[in-house]
Design a protein around this ligand. Structure first.
Ligand code: ADP
Length: 159
């Protein structure tokens, strides 16, 4: 079975993430969406909230599963015996950082390949941080996130 890990903070999961996940499943039999547990970052949504939202997005599609990890990604990749790591690339600005991470991961875990998918035109400028900023300021970006995420962003805004 061809298994890939799609890691990220997903705070929150956007249509850009959804697009990458849906396209990656054409290349792999199963994709684990792995939510990073990073204590250093101050997220808007807790890991539990993020996992619950992503599970709702993919409910009924058993080609995807949602898990959390902390520490080194390559340790998680080895534990799962995955063959690949999926990453999305938006602009040249993503490339610099992503190539550093991918080359370090290749060094630490040569058995796993990092597969980059280009962001689709509609999602080139979608990032979790801009989504949070606009939503919390009252802007309507409901067409850039899955419905469950929009619902939860509205809930955060009203509390
Ligand atoms: P990070 O892992 O840096 O915290 P994110 O959780 O925001 O980043 O995103 C996880 C992965 O999805 C990264 O590879 C990122 O480049 C990619 N990604 C984020 N937004 C988009 C988008 N709009 N289109 C395509 N890929 C994206």
């Amino acid at each position: 079975m061809r298994l890939a890990i799609y890691p990220g903070s997903f705070d929150p999961f956007t249509n850009g993430h959804l697009d990458i996940a849906k396209r990656s499943i054409h290349l792999f039999d199963h994709v684990i969406i792995a939510v990073l547990h990073n204590r250093a970052k101050k997220p808007l949504f807790s890991v539990e909230e993020r996992v619950a939202m992503i599970k709702e997005i993919f409910s009924g599609d058993n080609r995807f599963s949602v898990e959390t990890f902390s520490g080194l990604l390559v340790d998680f990749v080895r534990e799962k015996k995955a063959q690949a790591i999926i990453r999305g690339l938006r602009a040249v600005s993503d490339f610099e950082f992503e190539i550093q991470v991918a080359s370090m991961n290749a060094h630490l875990c040569p058995e796993a390949e990092t597969v980059f998918l280009m962001a689709s035109e509609d999602n080139l400028f979608v990032s979790s941080s801009i989504i949070k900023e606009i939503a919390l300021l009252g802007g309507d970006i409901s067409d850039k996130v899955p419905p469950v995420v929009w619902r939860e962003l509205c809930r955060k805004r009203n509390t």
